[in-house]
Design a protein around this ligand. Structure first.
Ligand SMILES: Cc1ncc(COP(=O)(O)O)c(C=O)c1O
Length: 494
């Protein structure tokens, strides 16, 4: 088509195929692409091969070590993954907190299906989005105090990056120093990595400066820092540390922090990416102390377990100071996929389900039951279980460190397996829970002795009994047999 006078368009005269072949460049052979249907049918060996060649060979190494590479999931429903052989795997991992609604919640599926059937639009950068606006309004309605202004992105890192930026912009360059905590995890983008306390994740990167690290939950350390350095204008903390191994601050800490921040005019960013959205029995974990941060962030389950959705929510005055005028409105304006249609509607539906189905109350009740049962198990195996902790359905189970006490012969064999797993019961327990009991649990980035339990908030008492009974049975084998069974399975798996 070529434009005609007056803006109309007309068809070019038809060109005969024979004429065109003489001048057109030879058609390149189409690349040989795998189709969706072929992808669904790939054999485990082929998937492993493609994973090694094109995704992450090092990661596959760990999956192999644990025997996870043999499992190909066919579908997932509620509390379960279902593999190709029809084996149902109980999900106590919950995608590190991203599956509050379980797998493929029917209401989430229905809303997405309808959105597609109605051929609604996704990208809305040019126009106002009714879906993004409604989602932002819902988040403001749920959030306490005047946490009213929302930035929508796709991931937790993006939401936390937005949180750090809005705080810095509001405080100005003289007050831009950030306090963060030991063992913190806020993401792997450059900004969030700069307040993430991991030598491994940071290694080799030039980070954003002007930060200071304090022990998590230590109000005196924070007070000391703020009193000594007036350039500290921001403090960023997970309300419950996830990657650190389900670590809570002492009772009263958040109230003291609020008072301290008010006294020193410091902005408090509460990272609720993992602990938020009802997981601890309240929508935000900071609500347990009746306090309100200046900025917070959600992601993971906000996408209903079906898509990527992240949100930064700031107090109105903080946001307005940073981006409230036309001249600064676009400094951190919407990203291409921020608040896209179907994801926004999925998140709207997810928030409605959370309240309609009483999932926060369920998280509190089932969480208490899980903690009680695990504490009974700790009493039964005091030498193996070092600690049981958490709130709601965000639970950490810390095993005793066997790296020194394991029989010498076993230590030798295990050190051949891998440095990372040596002496860590979590790897053995996690691998055997999957292979022998069809239960999936999560490991912890910074503390190899902690198993993280973040099952969907739809979990029922029966699911908890199934999990704890499996663990009881496994621990009943004793350490030496657990390790030798792991080695046997491992030898078979490789
Ligand atoms: C507390 C916390 N903040 C931020 C993030 C980063 O989220 P994402 O992986 O979606 O970028 C995570 C991810 O695990 C998290 O646990």
């Amino acid at each position: 088509m070529t434009p005609r006078e007056g803006g109309e368009e007309r068809m070019e005269p038809m060109v005969l195929v024979e004429e065109r072949t003489e001048t057109a460049p030879a058609c390149e052979a189409a690349p040989k692409l795998i189709t969706v249907e072929e992808a669904k049918r790939l054999e485990p060996e082929t998937v492993a091969d493609l994973f090694t060649r094109h995704l992450n060979p090092g990661q596959l190494h760990f999956m192999k070590l644990l025997g996870f590479h043999k499992v190909i999931i066919e579908r997932a429903e509620g509390m379960y993954y279902i593999d190709r052989e029809g084996r149902r795997i109980l999900d106590f991992f919950g995608g590190f907190g991203s599956l509050a609604f379980g797998h493929n919640h029917p209401r989430i599926l229905a809303v997405r299906q309808q959105f597609q059937d109605e051929k609604r639009h996704e990208i809305a950068i040019a126009f106002m989005s009714q879906y993004a606006s409604a989602l932002a309004a819902n988040l403001a309605e749920i959030s306490p105090g005047d946490l009213d202004m929302v930035f929508l992105g796709s991931t937790g890192s993006e939401a936390m990056e937005a949180a750090l930026k809005v705080a810095e912009q509001a405080q100005g360059p003289e007050r831009s120093k950030i306090l963060y905590a030991e063992n913190a995890f806020h993401g792997k983008s450059k900004g969030t990595l700069s307040v993430t306390d991991s030598a491994l994740y940071r290694s080799g990167f030039e980070l954003v400066g002007n930060t200071m690290r304090v022990p998590f939950g230590d109000i005196d350390a924070i007070r000391g820092a703020m009193e000594a350095d007036p350039s500290i204008g921001i403090v960023v903390l997970e309300t419950i540390q996830g990657g650190g191994g389900i670590i809570e601050a002492p009772d009263g800490f958040w109230r003291e922090l609020r008072a301290l921040c008010d006294a020193h005019d410091v902005l408090w960013i509460a990272d609720e990416v993992q602990c938020g959205l009802g997981r601890t029995g309240k929508f935000y974990a900071f609500e347990h102390e009746g306090v309100v941060p200046d900025v917070t962030a959600l992601a993971k389950s906000l996408g209903g377990g079906k898509c990527a959705m992240g949100a930064m929510i700031a107090k109105r005055d903080v946001y307005m100071k940073a981006y409230g005028q036309p001249k600064n409105a676009m400094i951190h304006g919407p990203a291409t996929f921020g608040g896209i249609g179907e994801a926004s509607c999925t998140a709207i539906e997810a928030l409605n389900i959370l309240y309609d189905d009483g999932l926060m109350e369920n998280a509190a009740v089932q969480g208490d039951y899980l903690l009680t049962r695990l504490r009974d198990l700790q009493a039964k195996y005091p030498k193996i279980i070092h600690d049981v902790r958490g709130k709601g359905l965000m639970v950490g189970l810390e095993f005793a460190d066997f790296s020194k006490t394991m029989p010498f012969g076993l230590r030798q064999v295990l050190s051949v397996l891998d440095d990372k797993l040596k002496g860590s019961l979590c790897g053995f327990v996690g691998a055997l829970l999957l292979s022998d009991y069809n239960v999936l649990v999560a490991f912890t980035e910074y503390n190899r002795n902690v198993i993280r339990l973040e099952p969907p908030l739809i979990a029922e008492r029966d699911h908890i009994d199934t999990f704890v009974d499996a663990l009881d049975d496994l621990l009943g084998r004793g350490i030496v047999r657990i390790v030798t069974d792991f080695i046997k399975r491992h030898a078979r798996a490789r």
